[in-house]
Unconditional design. Sequence first.
Length: 116
Amino acid sequence: VQLQASGGGSVQPGGSLRLSCAASGSTFSIDLMGWYRQTPGEQRELVAHVNRGGITTYLDAVKGRFTISRDNAKNTVYLQMNNLKPDDTHVYYCYARNMMAGRTYWGQGTLVTVSS
């Protein structure tokens, strides 16, 4: 499975960004798709993920501001990020997981910077 992420950038506080991540390859094996984020020197943290049935999980700090969605036909996951805060400044990593095989796939990171 290969993951191609896009959509990072720089915004002012209160702004919005949308991240996209398209999967290719053995996509039939993917159960979960989502996003982690990380700042150098810190532990990577789960932002949100969604399973094939559309059940979502969110980091408490982003609830009510971020929305994850998934288009199974396009093998793509989206992260709509609204009301962005400086604390949301991180590198965001798309991931996909095959639960049965216990395998996790990672996309390249995309930088999100929130600053005035």
